[in-house]
Design a protein around this ligand. Structure first.
Ligand SMILES: NC(=O)C1=CN([C@@H]2O[C@H](COP(=O)(O)OP(=O)(O)OC[C@H]3O[C@@H](n4cnc5c(N)ncnc54)[C@H](O)[C@@H]3O)[C@@H](O)[C@H]2O)[C@@H](O)CC1
Ligand SMILES: Nc1ncnc2c1ncn2[C@@H]1O[C@H](COP(=O)(O)OP(=O)(O)O)[C@@H](O)[C@H]1O
Ligand SMILES: [Mg+2]
Length: 285
């Protein structure tokens, strides 16, 4: 895309942080992933697992009650807090200070969930990634967008973007409207697609990793977990968004010769995160 800054390994390595020998889980960052609803608990499992596989020290998932066994059994490394309600979230409540929050995968748009999101946005000061149904709820209640903290990261696919900014008649208009949205609310937009663009105010970054194997259910849920984990590890929001999008794509580039397009699934993004991070470290040497 014209006027965009390309994201590649070289640019990432300007700020990529290797792990310090003396670190411990208490200072590696605690991510909180909020989402899930009856039938969509897999989404928050994917986000939470991606977060713990991306380097933060601790991950907690906040989910409706019906997901308790599902998340605990799927990912023993992740701690779980449950809502009072069984099938969807009605009140967001936790008793610790996360370094970053990712909200939206599988959340649903029940009216009580909408109110819970609004009440939460009124008090939250933590760095945050907003995805999926949390974006859809904001699309339904645009006045709540002003509650977002500066540099909140929004990760819409095209349909979610349309729910936020309305329809467009050309690619140029789509980008202009997205830039205007980013400026108005002072948020970073990760516009997911092929390629993914990251729009921060008037600056546009274009990702160069990734391929069509990523066109599979849960790919975006995994991205939310990765970016949240990086935010929790004290990357600034723009760096977390750029590194997260790049490493997410890189997993599919490394996997492709082994999995092909058809059989690559969202869990494979998580499975290949180790090789993707290692390839950054190799390049750095
Ligand atoms: N295993 C799970 O539990 C999963 C749960 N999911 C959750 O399901 C809920 C609904 O999300 P969905 O995104 O599926 O549904 P949406 O209704 O938000 O989006 C689907 C619509 O958007 C269009 N669309 C998506 N990406 C597009 C693109 N790049 N270009 C053009 N059109 C595009 C599709 O054609 C379709 O019409 C979310 O909460 C999500 O997190 C999904 O992530 C899938 C996996
Ligand atoms: N053809 C493609 N090429 C590259 N990346 C893709 C392609 N299709 C999808 N992706 C990526 O996969 C992810 C899909 O996210 P999303 O639509 O939110 O999935 P889900 O909601 O099922 O988790 C995004 O990161 C997007 O950029
Ligand atoms: Mg999604």
């Amino acid at each position: 895309m014209k006027n965009s800054i390309l994201i590649n390994k070289k640019s990432i390595l300007n700020y990529y942080k290797t792990t310090v020998a003396t670190t411990h889980k208490g200072i590696q960052g605690h991510s909180l992933l909020i989402g899930g609803s009856y039938g969509k608990m897999g989404s928050i499992c994917l986000s939470s697992k991606a977060a713990i596989k991306s380097g933060c020290g601790l991950v907690t998932a906040f989910i409706p009650e019906c997901g308790y066994n599902i998340v605990q059994i799927s990912i023993p490394e992740v701690m779980v807090l449950t809502d009072v309600s069984n099938k969807f979230i009605t009140k967001i409540n936790f008793d610790f200070e996360p370094q970053a929050i990712g909200i939206g995968p599988g959340l649903g748009t029940e009216s009580k969930t909408q109110i819970a999101l609004c009440d939460f946005l009124k008090v939250n000061l933590n760095p945050m990634v907003i995805d999926a149904d949390a974006l859809n709820i904001l699309g339904l209640n645009p006045s709540w967008l002003s509650l977002l903290q500066p540099k909140t990261i929004c990760t819409p696919h095209l349909k979610e973007l349309e729910r936020l900014i309305g329809k467009w008649n050309s690619e140029t208009e789509k980008i202009a409207k997205t830039i205007a949205f980013s400026k108005k609310y002072n948020v970073i937009i990760v516009l997911k697609g092929a390629p993914t663009l990251i729009i921060d105010n008037e600056t546009i970054y274009e990702n160069t990793s990734g391929n069509a194997a990523l066109a599979t259910a849960g790919s975006g849920d995994v991205l939310t977990g990765i970016i949240t984990s990086l935010l929790a590890q004290s990357y600034d929001p723009l760096q977390a968004a750029i590194l997260g999008v790049y490493i997410h794509g890189l997993t599919s580039d490394i996997a492709l010769p082994e999995t092909g397009y058809q059989s690559f699934i969202a869990s494979d993004i998580i499975n290949y995160l180790d090789k993707a991070f290692l390839s950054l470290e190799e390049y750095q040497k």
